[in-house]
Design a protein around this ligand. Sequence first.
Ligand code: FPP
Length: 264
Amino acid sequence: MSRSLATTETPQANSPLVQTLPASLDPARLPAHVAVIMDGNGRWARQRNLPRVMGHREGVEALKRTLRLCSDWGIGSLTAYAFSTENWSRPGEEVSFLMALFERVLARELEALEREQVRIRFLGELQQLPDGLQQRIADATERTAHNTGIHFNVCTNYGGRRELVLAARRLAEQVAAGQLDPAAIDENSFAAELHTAGEVDPDLLIRTSGEHRISNFLLWQLAYAELHITDVLWPDFNEAALTRALLDYQSRQRRFGGVHSPTP
Ligand code: FPP
């Protein structure tokens, strides 16, 4: 997400680059963690009589824009659903295009991610991805592991139920090996076995293109997230759409099962 690639235009060498938080938003009440289901790439392309894959290419631009805004506005973590365990059932050509696209984007953007202190991680069963992509992922993860800026999580070959099953299996293995007392299993020890271990739970889930579904995304982690559904198709997601999502979030009373919002 080099700044020159954040838009299709090349910025002036010394133009002000950091995007300021819109005045309508309260900086003290931003979500610490935003999750996004980036839906509608195919429909965006169809509306323009373009092949579906062009929607995915444009979707990458929307993701870079969103990462840039979240980072500039001081949001701690952004988690995006890039490829689900169910997405393998798409036409082979589309799956191959997406894998090649992920690899290309990582190769192209790694330097900028490093420079801008983004810590990138890929969450999911990565060993099933093509070898070249796995190598890029390992390299990017390692080279950005100690960065101090936004946590950028890309869910790839990710499924929420699968993640829960794998966590349960790992705990069971520890019990079987006599390393863990079943009575000691609690929410913290369970969460520590998830792909998101160490990450705070999302406060806000944004889903684009109007579908009202979770689609097997972060089933455990979204327990108390506020949901924002927008009709905007993902490739069109921009500063105005993110601002609307954050305003919607700030209008909510978060009770976490209690009777009033905890004091901020
Ligand atoms: C779904 O649209 C969206 C995807 C399958 C995500 C594609 C991935 C990216 C845009 C970003 C990848 C980024 C990195 C950093 C590797 P859809 O095809 O389901 O749209 P439709 O519902 O309109 O058909």
